[in-house]
Design a binder for this molecule. Structure first.
Ligand code: ADP
Ligand code: MG
Length: 660
């Protein structure tokens, strides 16, 4: 389990606690409740079914009533338990006639048990592994705590504990006492209490104390990196002179939102400042981040420096390339595209608009995918690096691109808002700008959840939208669980839908198509030649076709919340009301909760917080994201206050020169 030393053991966090000071009697048990009871085995045996399945059953009695416990397909349990055993069982009562628990956790009470460790107290229950019982692990931990906890030193002297108190992070059964803020204990005391707490609130307080140490460690790394950069780097003057900006803004055909104006002002100040910009641009889907990025790029180009823009997919890179080309037309800027399949010197990969003055170096804006990280890409005078959909890249990739210049400015953009806690930990070394306003004229997106049986109605609705001249996205994650070949599945769906929507033209888009083919389909859809698009989640990021007003997402229960929000953001970009229809077949309770959140709000900032709570940080951050913190006690879902506390403590430590 990765526990090699006594130190590891002391930091092996319990996953829950059991209150063994008083037990409920079997007679008192109520339905659906998770409880521990203590009772003796009065009967046990295995039933074997013709299907090959087995069920091991035990009947327990505590003197007040009998409790049946059942385990499926674990026949060896027959050798583990015997009639007469004194047992503790923890589980949920799922029926009262007879009283039954399925697959409860069990622990045998031994005659020689030291009561102070295993009984008559709050006992820790640990993540364990086969062959290692809770009793053994608990006994070892007890010894380690007794003998060594007092030797554990403080990690962070800048944590002046006397000044810090915290509220409970989790609901502790509404105990009045727990609602008060408590002074944090020293680290050694916290280790003792996290394993063998006197009261539940003490365990919570101890966990928060140890979590705070973790967050402080993390913040030290983050803030040190930032401070080093600020001390060493000289910023390039990239705030521009407005000579192209005016034309660019005038030609857009719409005014910037107030938020876009405010953020552009922030960026201009930083691009002209003394320290290289390191900024995260957050904004909901459709808030117009690309335009802000274009503005920052233009300031840099006006200043005579080059710009690199990296996007996670070819589709997105090509779309950015197309936008920048259109926006910067005639300004005398070179816009080039560099992806896995396109080099700037190939047809379609490079565009020089307007007259190129041979006496001057023409500033270059390069848009690309991961190809920008390759050694062949050697930009000169790199002034600004922009990374779109940052969550698809790791910190290492970001750094690699930055190293192609001498302290260029950095602007990273997120696909959807990220919860504040994650922002402070994953992007803690970045300043944040927020686009908290959507461009005007956006119509509401209505979201509906429907079972597969409603599909005929859904198709006729899609048809009415196509009849009205609108366009539709039809999204498939994977058609069924057993389908390993996603491409085959989506191709088959495509044929079916084409038939369904005749005579409308339906395109097909998936990640494994060649980039020319993808391009052709996207061009067809953008121009309105294709009326509908069957796609895998490749349309998730960035794709922008304002005339599309319907999105049907099949097997919606298989997608995460952020992804569904990002997908849904593809519609409602024009002046027509939009509909997102989520088809869900027998969603799990979690999936159902997710879909419900989605129906309830279109606010990405709200969704981000809900998503973090539902799925936890690991999932949210994604596998590609390196630098995701490894936390034993901290929990990014609930510990926002601690993360902020850690950030402030560390900042003060640096400012007071207690840290360096
Ligand atoms: P995202 O923030 O999701 O990346 P985009 O940058 O793709 O959003 O912008 C979404 C759409 O809104 C694009 O079609 C863009 O041209 C348009 N847009 C951006 N800013 C404005 C604005 N101020 N007024 C009207 N439309 C805008
Ligand atoms: Mg975008």
């Amino acid at each position: 389990m990765g526990v090699h030393t006594i130190g590891d053991l002391l930091l092996h966090a319990p996953r829950r606690y059991e209150d063994r000071r008083t037990f409920k009697t079997v007679r008192e048990l109520s339905l659906g409740q998770s409880v521990t009871v203590r009772a003796k085995v009065v009967a046990a045996g295995v039933n074997r079914f013709r299907s090959g399945k087995t069920v091991f059953q035990m009947v327990l009695d505590d003197g007040t009533a009998r409790l049946h416990c059942r385990w499926w397909n674990l026949p060896f349990l027959e050798r583990v338990f015997s009639v007469g055993d004194d047992l503790l069982v923890f589980g949920k009562v799922h029926s009262l006639r007879p009283r039954t628990m399925d697959h409860p956790e069990t622990e045998k009470v031994m005659a020689d048990d030291e009561e102070q460790i295993h009984l008559n107290r709050l006992v820790p229950v640990y993540p364990a592994t086969e062959g290692l019982t809770q009793r053994v692990l608990r006994g070892l931990t007890w010894q380690a705590v007794e003998r060594f906890a007092d030797l554990v030193p403080e990690m962070h002297p800048e944590l002046k504990l006397v000044q810090l108190s915290v509220r409970p992070a989790v609901e502790l059964g509404g105990r009045q006492l727990a609602l008060e803020a408590h002074r944090l204990p020293p680290r050694s005391e916290a280790i003792r209490q996290v394993h063998f707490p006197g009261e539940p609130w003490m365990a919570d307080l101890a966990r928060q104390r140890l979590a705070l140490d973790e967050f402080v460690t993390l913040q030290r790394t983050i803030q040190r990196r930032r401070r080093r950069l600020e001390a060493n780097a000289r910023a390039l003057p990239c705030s521009g002179d407005n000579r192209w900006m005016r034309t660019f803004l005038a030609r857009l055909g719409f005014p910037l939102t107030g938020a876009q104006q405010r953020v552009l002002k922030e960026l201009r100040a930083e691009l002209g400042g003394t320290v290289p910009m390191c900024r995260l641009l957050q904004g909901d889907v459709g808030s117009g981040k690309t335009l802000v990025a274009a503005g920052a790029a233009l300031m840099t180009l006006e200043s005579g420096f080059n710009v690199a823009v990296m996007a996670p997919t070819e589709i997105l890179a090509e779309q950015l390339y197309r936008n920048f080309r259109r926006w910067f037309e005639g300004l005398g800027v070179v816009v080039e595209l560099r992806t896995g399949s396109r080099k700037p010197d190939e047809p379609g990969g490079l565009l020089l608009e307007g007259a190129r003055d041979p006496t001057k170096e023409t500033p270059i804006l390069t848009v690309g995918t991961h190809a920008l990280i390759q050694p062949e890409f050697l930009p000169k005078k790199l002034g600004l690096v922009i990374i779109d959909e940052q969550h698809k890249f790791g910190v290492a990739q970001r750094e690699e691109l930055l190293r192609k210049g001498r302290y260029p400015h950095l602007l990273v953009m997120t696909a959807t808002p990220i919860p504040r806690t994650l922002g402070l930990t994953l992007y803690g070394d970045l300043d944040v700008s927020v686009l908290d306003e959507l461009p005007g004229g956006r119509k509401r997106i209505r979201t509906h959840v429907r079972p597969p049986s409603a599909l005929p109605k859904v198709w006729s609705f899609v048809r009415t939208q196509l009849d009205a001249g609108r366009q539709a996205y039809l999204v498939y994650p994977r058609v069924d669980e057993s389908e390993h070949d996603e491409v085959k599945a989506v191709t088959r769906e495509h044929a079916r839908i084409q038939e369904q929507l005749k005579p409308y033209r339906v395109g097909l888009l998936h990640g494994q198509m060649k980039s020319e083919a993808k391009d052709q389909v996207m061009t067809g859809f953008r121009s309105g030649f294709l009326h509908a698009l069957v796609a895998t989640s490749v349309v998730e990021v960035g794709v922008d076709v304002p005339n599309a007003t319907v999105m049907v997402i099949e097997n919606a229960e298989q997608f995460g919340l952020a992804q569904l929000h990002q997908l849904r953001g593809r519609i409602g970009r024009g002046g027509h009301e939009a509909h997102c229809i989520l088809i869900a077949a027998e969603p799990t309770p979690e999936a159902e909760a997710r879909l419900k959140v989605l129906v309830g709000t279109t606010d990405g900032f709200e969704l981000a917080e809900a998503d973090l709570r539902l799925r936890g940080p690991g999932e949210l951050v994604g596998q590609q994201q390196s630098g995701a913190p490894d936390l034993r006690f901290g929990d990014l879902r609930w510990d926002r206050d601690l993360v902020e506390l850690a950030r402030d403590v560390v900042r003060r430590g640096f400012e007071a020169k207690e840290l360096s």
